[in-house]
Design a protein around this ligand. Structure first.
Ligand code: FES
Length: 161
């Protein structure tokens, strides 16, 4: 078992266990980075440094993987991640207008984060609810058959939480 004490950052036990399991397996770095992003929502630098120590891999190699795959985020996302589906069905039903309207309402570009850290905006591929196109998710909650005039209400709902 890895030592937790005396390290710069304390990783949760479940993550330490996962890292230990994958430490010597092929493709381990990507699997572990996925798990870290699942845990934190992004790859915090201090966790990457700790991972480098735990699996005895240079930090530069870890960041080589993180920057190569766009899936990995290096910045902490907003509390609420708005994901606008840009799959074919949603695109044809106005997904692009939805994303432009979110940009306008939140005052930020795609992949941006609002200054108060509350919202992030991203475009995603089909999320499997094409019958509800155009669709977005806010964290894990799905909103379908959207029109632009529904968006302020959705933002207000999460702002008030
Ligand atoms: S294309 Fe948007 S849910 Fe499938």
């Amino acid at each position: 078992m890895f030592e937790k004490e005396g390290t710069a950052v304390k990783l949760p036990d479940t993550l330490l266990k996962f890292i230990e399991e994958w430490k010597d397996k092929p493709g381990n770095l990507i699997m572990i980075l996925h798990q870290i992003q699942e845990e934190y929502g992004y790859i915090p630098r201090e966790v990457a440094i700790e991972l480098s120590r735990l699996i005895d891999t240079p930090l530069a190699k870890i960041y080589g993987v993180v920057t190569f795959y766009h899936f990995f985020k290096q910045k902490k996302p907003g509390k609420y991640m708005i994901s606008v589906c840009m799959g074919t069905a949603c695109y044809l039903k106005g997904g692009e207008d939805i994303i432009l309207e979110f940009e306008r309402l939140l005052g930020l570009p795609v992949n941006g984060i609002t200054e108060d850290g509350l919202f992030s905006l991203q475009a995603v591929r089909c999320i499997g609810c094409c019958g509800l196109a155009p669709v977005i998710t806010v964290n894990k909650e799905v909103f379908g058959k959207l029109t632009k005039d529904m968006l302020p209400g959705i933002i207000a709902k999460f702002k008030g939480n």
